[in-house]
Design a protein around this ligand. Sequence first.
Ligand code: MF3
Ligand code: CO
Ligand code: CO
Length: 245
Amino acid sequence: MSADTPEDLAGLRAAGRVVAQTIRELRRLARPGITTAELDAHAARVFAAHGARSGPQLDYDFPGTICISVGDEAVHGIPGRRRLRDGDLVKLDVTAELDGFYADACRTVAVGKAKPSALKLIGAAESGLKRGMAAATAGATVNDIGIAVQGEVERRGFSVCHALSGHGIGRSIHEEPTVFNVDVPGPSPALTEGLVITIEPIIAAGDGEVVEDGEWILRTGDGSLSAHAEHTIVITDGAPLVLTA
Ligand code: MF3
Ligand code: CO
Ligand code: CO
């Protein structure tokens, strides 16, 4: 959507705050021994306390409040009996709906004491997101974001999972435009003031190919670790407004 009124902006900001608070609390709880279902239940409590609802449940009948992907699971991991273990990488991908507005963000957390290589992978996803956001200004194109993200991730020696992308958002989870994390030559939509999008590098230590595992989960084809960082932003004539910070 395009946030064209103060009411739009206020609604989006409120949804963004719920997402940010949920991730903040879950990061603290993501310790060895906790199950992903327990993390999901905590997210459900935070949502309920704010009158928010699960975006994935509303829009897609996803079998969880949030998506929790571990290790080589890239996206759409289903919360369940799995217990987090020392060294795991866990992706907390949180999408909330509040009063008809949606916001979406993800952080990758290293559980306990992770390997330096795993921490570098997380750093590359976060840095890719930062570079993507720096390129996201009115007058630039959606593809400028992909160029920035891909350049940063590959400079650090990792691969973008090119099949997975960011997206427009606001009145539902997935709206136009698709925000690729790689350079896609050819015409690309201009970024306009007020446009609400996510930027979300999903990257891997291996070649970046992903495969389906059941109805929901996408995991890396080569079994390598994956990391994911996401914010929902509003395009301005300067630096974007980050709704989920
Ligand atoms: N949070 C996901 C994203 O960033 C959307 C998950 S919706 C689901 O695009 F239903 F597929 F889980
Ligand atoms: Co998300
Ligand atoms: Co998203």
